[in-house]
Design a protein around this ligand. Structure first.
Ligand code: GDP
Length: 296
């Protein structure tokens, strides 16, 4: 039994090398293994197929066929191509020139949106940027109290209103106005989620977006949900428009295939990775590290 793709490929190629020069068929056999590994890592079927085709083109260009260690060579190409796809777009989170920069967080219920709002506020604070959390998730009864508790823990102001008397767009607008009065750098708007995407949720988010014109609209996706995360990202991007993603719960055993599929399918860059329940469990996204994890 080989534990990971690197070992598997090295194993396949060492068997092939005994029989003389490698052929295109040998490469195809090895790339079949790459495709299976990607699917095991929860990469979307179509994305895996396209990805393997790209790798094959490079592998046949000579650098593998003539190599003394073709297994390692293929692993190197796969790693480089994975990093390349994952590197698309701007991974930083930089504030706009006007105050405050509005960051609107969207996502399905349970994806980790509220937790991520607090993590981002702490991240900004550590960069000497001031931030306000705005509780515009009026769907989940406990969301406002959860955000207030997190704000208290981190000493970050939280704007909220009585959920019975305002709409999410009104809360977001008033919160952003308050952040402007306080001359804060960031206003982070936590929005409502549902277990599944529906029209009502999307219409609500579109209204919030129109009301506060966010500088960044960021989707939080649960990395453990694999293919569902890809579908959610596609749909949120189509309806609301996304500037970036946070991949939550990467401390679990998700291999990170969703990262590859989502970036490939939507072109939206991953900005951060959530690595636990604590407020400081948020890491900058590193394409090369994610590539290694997908290959592992
Ligand atoms: P929301 O409904 O999207 O606002 O989700 P919450 O922020 O309430 O998070 C749902 C659950 O996921 C909570 O129990 C969080 O503690 C947990 N959670 C969020 N992010 C992470 C993460 O990166 N790792 C782990 N292990 N748990 C997380």
């Amino acid at each position: 039994m080989f534990d990971n793709l690197t070992d598997r490929l090295t194993g396949i190629f060492s068997r092939l090398q005994g029989k003389g020069r490698l052929t295109e068929k040998d490469i195809d056999d090895a790339l079949g293994q790459v495709r299976r590994s990607l699917l095991e890592a929860d990469v979307n079927f179509r994305v895996a197929r396209e990805f393997v085709a790209t790798v094959k083109e490079r592998a046949l260009s000579g650098e593998v066929l003539e190599s003394l260690s073709p297994g390692q060579q293929v692993v190197k190409i796969v790693h480089e191509e994975l990093t390349d796809v994952l590197s698309a777009g701007d991974h930083r989170l930089t504030p706009a020139s006007q105050l405050p920069s509005v960051l609107m967080l969207v996502g399905l219920q349970g994806s980790g949106k509220t937790t991520t709002a607090a993590k981002l506020a702490l991240h900004m604070k550590r960069q000497q940027h001031s931030a306000m959390l705005i509780a515009a998730d009026l769907r989940r009864p406990a969301a406002i109290a959860q955000l207030q508790t997190l704000g208290n823990q981190l000493d970050i102001p939280v704007y909220s209103e009585d959920p019975g008397s305002s709409t999410p767009a009104q809360v977001a607008t008033a919160g952003v106005r308050r952040a402007a009065e306080l001359a804060l750098t960031w206003a982070i708007v936590d929005t409502g989620g549902r277990l599944h995407i529906d029209d009502e949720l999307m219409a609500e988010l579109e209204e919030v977006k129109r009301a506060v014109s966010p500088h960044q609209t960021i989707l939080v996706v649960d990395s453990m949900t694999g293919q569902d995360a890809v579908n959610a990202a596609e749909e949120f991007h189509r309806r609301v428009g996304l500037d970036g993603l946070v991949l939550s719960k990467m401390d679990g055993d998700a291999r990170g295939g969703a990262a590859l599929s989502i970036t490939r399918v939507t072109g939206v860059p991953i900005k951060f990775v959530g690595t636990g329940e604590r407020n400081d469990a948020l890491e900058q996204f590193h394409p090369d590290r994610m590539a290694s994890r997908i290959l592992a």
